[in-house]
Design a protein around this ligand. Structure first.
Ligand SMILES: Cc1cc2nc3c(=O)[nH]c(=O)nc-3n(C[C@H](O)[C@H](O)[C@H](O)COP(=O)(O)OP(=O)(O)OC[C@H]3O[C@@H](n4cnc5c(N)ncnc54)[C@H](O)[C@@H]3O)c2cc1C
Length: 382
């Protein structure tokens, strides 16, 4: 399709979890959809597969100014996990989705106090969470090492296999007739007489009545073409996966004070991440692993769960996470009729399908069933 001219009802820029789901939901509504993706390693094909619900201590520490916003969208997370479960059933696919709960581990009394305060606030905001003292924690999670002192447990948390999800969703949307233009970067976008025109670096040109920007960190540059400021930031992050072993870790494990997520996939492999930095290298700003992140991330994992110590790391990789102000940027913008934004908030893979559903509803002029005030794209200064 490179270098071709296409016409569509809706053009979506960005083929991550949000763009893919949006394309499917809109095609189900009878819309003719073209999806363009440049093939960079974004969040959706690099992420750790954690289904987050409780507030992540990493984000609270790094971006304290975003905490009020995180609290306001907290109720979306358990809803997003339920949405993933329904979505798996609807597609008849196997996402390897398991909702066995998430533990945020504390190593001392101060950290457990922090978790107590966090849990109290989260309960006020409607989450179901509880604090576990050491004996109870050891019964529930015998794989944790001597460093574990207590934890916050959120039973709504879980895990899935993103590679399986992405493949199943892509197959679903192709079956619905979505046209995908892969490996082409959207360089230009404009609006002329009620029609949007999107042009790629390989010479493709797509005209449509509506345009949705689901391009994560790439959103800012395209939005500027329409005089809109959406300050997306690239956050390159590091991941590791071990060789398979017998099933032993059923929870999603995090830490109250340090950067880690740790879980075991159905394959038996342990996936270790949690926000350690990667680099953007070369002209193409390719996400690239860092040895210091690999060592620190793996060392911390063994400290928390020494039982994984003998396992070999068989693969590391990096991907680009996108952060804005902690909250999603979702919906239309009044200054440019027909232009929509679809950038999820923090833990965007968890929120991806639900965010896409809400934006799809707005594109077809249906009530998304949530107060969208907090997610308005025009909230940033010009
Ligand atoms: C290493 C890592 C681990 C993570 N772990 C988790 C986790 O465990 N749980 C969780 O909930 N979240 C996690 N996240 C965050 C999550 O992956 C992202 O928030 C989510 O995938 C974002 O989805 P998206 O569709 O908005 O964006 P992306 O998946 O980034 O997709 C955007 C797409 O748009 C394309 N694009 C951008 N600009 C253009 C352009 N101009 N033209 C054409 N295409 C363009 C990009 O190439 C990309 O393919 C993690 C992120 C990373 C990097």
């Amino acid at each position: 399709m490179a270098g071709k001219i296409a016409k569509a009802d809706v053009t979506i820029v960005g083929g991550g979890i949000v763009g893919l789901c949006l394309a499917g939901f809109l095609a189900e509504e009878g819309r003719d959809v073209v999806l363009v993706d440049n093939g960079q390693i974004g969040g959706s094909n690099a992420n750790a597969g954690s289904l987050h619900v409780q507030m992540q201590s990493r984000f609270m520490r790094l971006y304290p100014e975003n905490v009020p916003g995180m609290e306001r969208q907290l109720h979306l997370y358990p809803k997003a996990v339920r949405f993933w479960q329904e979505f798996e059933r609807k597609l008849g696919a196997d996402f390897e989705l398991k909702k066995k709960g998430g533990l945020m581990v504390a190593e001392n009394a101060d950290q457990l106090d922090f978790l107590r305060r966090k849990a109290e606030r989260e309960r006020q905001l409607g989450l179901e969470v509880e604090i576990l003292e050491e004996p109870e924690l050891r019964r529930l999670a015998p794989y944790l090492g001597p460093a574990a002192f207590g934890a916050e447990l959120c039973l709504d948390e879980g895990k899935l296999n993103p590679l399986r999800c992405n493949a199943a969703i892509r197959k679903w949307i192709l079956g619905l007739g979505v046209r995908i233009i892969d490996g082409e970067n959207v360089e230009d976008a404009s609006r002329d007489q009620q029609r949007f025109v999107v042009a790629t670096d390989k010479g493709s040109r797509i005209e449509s009545g509506a345009l949705v920007l689901a391009a994560a960190v790439g959103t800012q540059k395209i939005a500027q073409r329409f005089g809109v400021n959406v300050p997306t930031r690239a956050e390159p992050l590091h991941m590791n996966i071990t060789e398979p072993t017998t099933p032993m870790i059923e929870h999603l494990v995090q830490h109250a004070d340090r950067m880690i997520t740790l879980k075991q996939f159905s394959t038996g492999q342990i996936v270790i991440g949690g926000g350690w930095p990667a680099d953007l290298a070369g002209d193409r700003e390719h996400p690239t692993v860092r040895l210091d992140s690999m060592i620190a991330n793996a060392t911390l994992a063994c400290h928390i769960a020494p039982v994984i110590g003998p396992l070999r790391i068989i693969r590391t990789w990096a991907g680009i996470n996108t952060s804005v102000d902690g909250k999603g940027v979702l919906g239309p913008i009044p200054s440019v009729p027909g232009l929509f934004f679809a950038v999820p908030g923090d833990a965007g893979y968890t929120l991806g399908p639900l965010s896409a559903r809400m934006v799809a509803d707005m594109v077809v002029d249906r009530n998304p069933g949530e107060d969208m005030e907090d997610y308005r794209p025009e909230r940033f200064a010009a």
